[in-house]
Design a protein around this ligand. Structure first.
Ligand code: HEM
Length: 215
């Protein structure tokens, strides 16, 4: 079938990575905006979470779609990783790297898998938390644990690296790569991930250090 042929072609796989990456990025934007209400007060954050959960069907459809997108992103990403490794292990093939071998690009599968480990722990801790405890209290109680918060911050550093190369690569795949905008694209691929780091990392820091004691 043409669709399977397209998706398994080299450009098809890159497009799937870029499109699923973009959707995950959009999820992060909404998640960061919602979670930033924590800095206002526990009541504002709780209101936001309650409002979200007052639409169970939307939450179910959205969560299922998010999971499907994440699984495709991870599956195709790992496939590309093993494919690239097989090519670079073949000494008869001259491998031409189009991308500068930056630390972020070289560590993509590892930062990605670390973020995946974070996600599993995060979802077990927050999404599947006891329903009789308000989520605003669960977030405060969990992140007040120094080592739990430290793990979160370490995962957010990995996420920052992953996003910085991922965003750059996505823009290249979508053809946003005019030499005139090279510097702008390079800066954007750094500033946006750092913005996420400030919000998510800021929340973990807020509770870990006791700054959020009166939240
Ligand atoms: C300190 C930073 C973060 C806080 C406080 C936070 C908070 C939460 C909370 C409270 C939930 C459960 C929502 C609910 O069911 O009521 C949740 C779910 C989730 N979070 Fe986070 N989060 C943070 C960072 C992240 C990051 C960085 C990612 C992605 C890399 C992420 C991905 C998710 C996902 C995928 C879900 C499940 C969404 C769903 O059920 O549809 N979170 N988060």
């Amino acid at each position: 079938m043409w669709f399977v042929r397209f998706v398994t072609s080299s450009i098809g796989k890159k497009l799937v990575m870029a499109a699923t990456g973009l959707l995950l990025f959009l999820f992060l934007l909404t998640h960061a905006a919602g979670n930033a209400t924590i800095f206002m007060s526990s009541a504002v954050f709780q209101d936001y979470a309650d409002e979200l959960h007052s639409h169970p069907l939307i939450v179910l459809v959205f969560s299922s779609a998010l999971l499907a997108v994440l699984l495709v992103h991870i599956g195709v990403g790992l496939y590309l990783f093993y494919e690239n490794r097989a090519v670079s292990n073949n000494r008869y093939v001259v491998s031409k790297r189009v991308v500068k071998n930056s630390l972020a690009s070289a560590t993509m599968p590892y930062t990605g898998l670390f973020v995946l480990l974070f996600l599993v722990i995060h979802i077990f801790g927050f999404t599947f938390s006891p329903k009789d405890v308000p989520i605003s209290s669960t977030v405060r109680d969990m992140l007040s644990n120094f080592f739990y918060a430290l793990f979160y911050i370490t995962a957010f550093i990995a996420l920052t690296f992953h996003l910085s190369h991922g965003l750059w690569s996505m823009l290249q795949t979508f053809g946003v790569n005019h030499p005139r905008y090279e510097l702008f694209i390079a800066r954007l691929s750094l500033v946006l991930p750092l913005f996420f780091f400030l919000i998510f990392g800021g929340i973990a820091f807020y509770f870990m250090t006791g700054l959020g004691a009166n939240y």
